[in-house]
Design a protein around this ligand. Structure first.
Ligand code: FAD
Ligand code: EPU
Length: 337
């Protein structure tokens, strides 16, 4: 096991903020996970698991040990005519797994194409896009407790998934290391074309009987046109969650703002945070190197040398103005450290 000391994390996460960790360990084999966890002394803690760093904002140096999991492998557990169940190692890259499934005609994850990050992080916020969430295909996941080294399997229900939410962000925050995920995919896929822009892009491309491969291609195209590439400007995707509000509160807002962008949600009405921020005229605004993306205002950007504190200060001003104008408090989606 190689322990690096005082390692810079700037290249290890997509916001590209200058921050370092006291210790950094990469784990390449499943059998090393428990021994590594148990070998860490109190002085080397706290422990943080880092995937590809596409949903984190460092506001200070990390005082303990950052661990990255690089385990690879997609194994078929069982299958019948309808479904195939696969176990994916936690270090696999999410989009490479999607590509692997789509190539084989296994449906269920094609709408989640091109989401950055690793498999091990995907359940943390129940990744979602274009009308689909991870919880729809996740069977169970394997974990190791970060204090005791004990292994525990969580079923889908145990994970308490919600919109950009799971038990690993709530009561069990920072306690478990997700080491493998089991997915149930459909051999006779039902396409999920409910999301407006996917349907429109398929029509625009003249595709009348789409396959999951077509859906993947269209989703990739939409994403490339809408979301900034972290290689061009550091970011972590949507900085805030889309707020879900009560239907009576929505009725009041709709009266005042007839153009408000909203979506039906099982817990009320989901609002487009991008629209709320846009209405407060934040698009393209900058404070030094911390900025609001000019086309997608839900994405905060590091144009070069912004600090995590500066990004957070900008986020705070945005929250304040949305609160004053609409009476809605935006919640961060990014994990702030
Ligand atoms: P990291 O950012 O490294 O970690 C995220 C959190 O998970 C941290 O708290 C970390 O400690 C924890 N963690 C990571 N791995 C493990 C593990 N193995 N065990 C326990 N805890 C762990 N998200 C969406 O849902 N939908 C989108 O459409 C979407 N689009 C994005 C677009 C862009 C351009 C970017 C930059 C991000 C986007 N995201 C999106 C956010 C991000 O891709 C997801 O949250 C992703 O799952 C993060 O994976 P990661 O490996 O980078 O995790
Ligand atoms: N909009 C504006 N002004 C703008 C941009 C957008 O008013 O400048 C409005 C538009 O009306 C648009 C609506 O906002 O219809 C929603 O925008 P978009 O389709 O880009 O989606 P989003 O709500 O901003 C969410 C997720 C994304 C996910 C996409 C596609 C959250 C917090 N974000 O973004 O996830 O990829 O939908 O499903 O739920 C992420 O989590 O990091 C992420 C990128």
């Amino acid at each position: 096991m190689v322990i690096e000391e005082q390692k810079s994390l700037q290249q290890e996460h997509t916001f590209g903020i200058q921050a370092s960790t006291r210790y950094f360990i990469e784990i390449n084999r499943d059998e090393d996970i428990v021994p590594v966890i148990l070998s860490l002394t109190e002085d080397q803690k706290p422990i943080m698991i880092l995937g590809d760093g596409s949903n984190v904002l460092f506001t200070e140096n990390f005082p303990g040990t950052v661990i990255r999991l690089n385990t690879k492998g997609i194994a078929v557990i069982s299958e019948n005519e309808e479904f195939i169940i696969v176990r994916v190692a936690g270090g696999e890259i999410w989009d490479e797994v999607v590509a692997y499934c789509v190539e084989r005609g296994w449906g269920g994850v094609e709408n989640l194409s091109l989401i950055p990050g690793r498999i091990g992080a995907s359940p943390i916020q129940n990744i979602g896009a274009y009308g689909v969430e991870l919880k729809e295909v996740l069977e169970e996941l394997e974990t190791v407790h970060l204090e005791t080294g004990e292994k525990r399997t969580f079923s889908r229900d145990d994970c308490r998934f919600g919109y950009r939410e799971s038990i690993f962000q709530q009561t069990l925050r920072g306690q478990y290391f997700i080491t493998g995920v089991t997915l149930k995919l459909a051999k006779k896929p039902t396409l999920n074309l409910g999301y407006g822009s996917v349907k429109q892009e398929l029509e625009r491309s003249g595709i009348t009987s789409p396959t999951i491969k077509d859906v993947r291609e269209v989703v990739c195209r939409i994403r490339r046109s809408k979301l900034p590439d972290p290689r061009d400007a550091g970011n972590a995707g949507s900085f805030f969650r889309n707020p879900v509000i009560r239907t009576d509160q929505f009725a009041g807002l709709k009266q005042q703002y007839p153009d408000i962008v909203s979506f039906a949600d099982s817990n009320g009405v989901k609002l487009a945070a991008a629209w709320l921020i846009d209405q407060c005229n934040w698009k393209g605004k900058r404070a030094g190197d911390a900025g609001v993306h000019p086309d997608q205002p839900l994405v905060l950007v590091n144009y070069g040398n912004a600090t995590g504190v500066e990004i957070l200060a900008l986020a705070s001003l945005i929250r304040q103005s949305v609160l004053v104008k609409f009476g809605i408090l935006l919640e961060p989606e990014v994990n702030i450290l």
